[in-house]
Design a protein around this ligand. Structure first.
Ligand code: GTP
Length: 483
């Protein structure tokens, strides 16, 4: 696992206090709004158009069905009228035939009558002919009418099918709308949604950035060890141009992360490497801050980078400390120079300089004691070490690294002040950033002293030392980290 992944995972966990605090501030007095509250609400334009179209299609289908029904009724009336007319014609023909036969009966008796009868018969025949023609016309008209009716019935059927389809479409649209409504209600992050940690949010809580909110933010940052001055300045910067505006937790976190990044960027610098050999690195810090561990981690990183490294176990007052450093030296594959318990650390430092020079080492890492209880003694001890190594190289030490335990919070600020008085601190290493909720102190340190932060310790293993990345640190601290 890479250093930063580790840092992010670990710091992410530990920063939950700050993150939770930010969540609480916005929720307290915030208002739940639609995620797109700023954007004008447009009510389902596509669905409405579809519904209007379906309604129009149905209206047209209804009108067509009505027209068909009317046509059918008219066709029936016409058929009845035609039937009546046919019956009348048939009656007339029968009457004519009767007249003709009467006329024929009288034909023998009366020629004139016979002629009349002939004429009548001719008329009757003509009428019969005309009646047949009429009937043929009627039949043709009837056939045409039947065809028209069949067509009308077909159209009515089609219209009915279309009406049904339109009704079905309308019904489906309603069902779809209801389903969408139900789904959106289910997605709304109500209490249950929040408890279940729903990802897709339709609403967001926003709170107006006012004096109360600024005060709450200041308190939270101070509680996160950012220090009073830094906290006030960070919140003032966050509020600039945003006072009275509504902000969501995410927006607040992003703002805070960007302010923290701005403060941390100038101090994020790796330990400088000089052409001078050996480059002497004095490592200072209170007991237990992680000096020994850090020296072991640095030794490994530099030797992995192709540098020849020598370690001097300068804390000659504690045998356990010396042994521990030897273990780290073995792990890193780097020689560790030691001296008997209680001997002068300055003379060990001198010997180490000689050995480093003789070996052609690139780096000499010198561990020192960290007894702050007797500050004068410690100051004298460090001053002596510096004097002695300057006999060999007057530009040494080239770096004085102050190792600080991040879990000590505000205490780290005091330690910087003290060690700056007794040594020429050139840069910081922050240890134990894993598993601490006190990462905020780095912001205060950077803001107050502007000392470079060369590396951060994120665990007890030899590879748990990472370069300091301000942006990732800010994201991890505010909970805006994406992984
Ligand atoms: N979790 C964690 N523990 C660390 C880290 N750095 C050091 N430690 C632990 O902190 C404790 C003290 O570390 P040391 O390296 O012995 O500290 P020191 O400053 O040399 O202490 P003295 O030897 O008493 O002067 C040890 O248990 C280390 O394992 C770190 O980055 N993360």
């Amino acid at each position: 696992m890479s250093f930063f992944k580790k840092l992010k995972t670990k710091l992410f966990k530990s920063s939950s206090k700050l993150e939770e605090g930010l969540d609480a501030i916005v929720e307290d007095g915030g208002v739940e709004e639609d995620v797109n509250a700023e954007a004008p609400q447009v009510e389902a334009p596509v669905d409405d158009a579809a519904q209007r179209e379906a309604e129009q299609r149905q209206a047209e289908a209804d009108a067509e069905a009505q027209r068909q029904a009317e046509a059918e009724r008219q066709a029936e009336a016409e058929a009845a009228a035609r039937a009546a007319a046919e019956a009348e014609t048939a009656a007339r023909l029968a009457e004519n035939a009767r007249i003709a036969s009467e006329a024929a009966a009288q034909a023998d008796a009366d020629e004139a009558a016979a002629k009349k009868a002939q004429a009548a018969a001719a008329r009757a025949a003509q009428q019969a002919e005309e009646a047949r023609a009429a009937q043929a016309r009627e039949e043709a008209a009837l056939a045409a009418e039947q065809a028209r009716q069949a067509e009308a019935a077909k159209q009515a059927q089609e219209a009915e099918a279309e009406r049904k389809a339109a009704a079905r479409a309308l019904e489906e649209l309603e069902v779809e709308k209801a389903a969408e409504k139900a789904a959106s209600e289910a997605k709304a992050p109500g209490l249950l949604g929040r408890l279940m940690g729903r990802k897709e949010q339709k609403t967001v809580v926003r709170r107006e950035l006012d004096d109360d909110m600024l005060e709450a933010l200041e308190e939270l940052l101070i509680a996160s060890d950012m220090g009073v001055d830094t906290s006030l300045r960070v919140t003032a910067n966050m509020a600039e141009g945003r006072f009275g505006k509504k902000l969501s937790t995410q927006e607040i976190k992003d703002l805070l992360a960007s302010e923290i990044t701005k403060i941390m960027e100038p101090v994020a610098k790796p330990m400088p490497i000089y052409p001078k050999r050996p480059q002497v690195v004095l490592v200072v810090g209170v007991n237990g801050s992680g000096k020994t561990t850090t020296i072991g981690k640095l030794a490994l990183q530099f030797s992995n980078a192709g540098k020849k490294v020598v370690i001097a176990a300068g804390d000659t007052f504690r045998a356990a400390a010396v042994e521990q450093l030897q273990v780290w030296g073995e792990r890193a594959g780097v020689p560790v120079l030691t001296a008997p318990e209680g001997s002068d650390p300055a003379s060990l430092a001198y010997e180490a300089m000689q050995k480093a020079e003789a070996d052609g080492a690139d780096l000499l890492l010198i561990d020192t004691a960290g007894r702050l209880q007797n500050r004068t003694d410690l100051m004298e001890e460090l001053a002596k070490i510096v004097r002695v190594i300057r006999k060999k190289d007057e530009t040494a030490p080239h770096n004085t690294l102050l190792v600080l335990d991040a879990t000590t919070g505000q205490n780290a600020l005091n330690q910087v002040e003290v060690f700056r008085q007794i040594s020429d601190v050139s840069g910081l290493v922050m240890t134990k950033l894993d598993g601490t909720a006190k990462g905020g102190v780095l912001v205060a340190l950077a803001d107050k002293f502007g000392l470079p932060i060369h590396a951060i310790g994120v665990g007890e293993q030899i590879d748990d030392l990472a370069p300091f990345d301000p942006e990732e640190f800010a994201q991890a601290l505010t909970g805006t980290a994406t992984e």
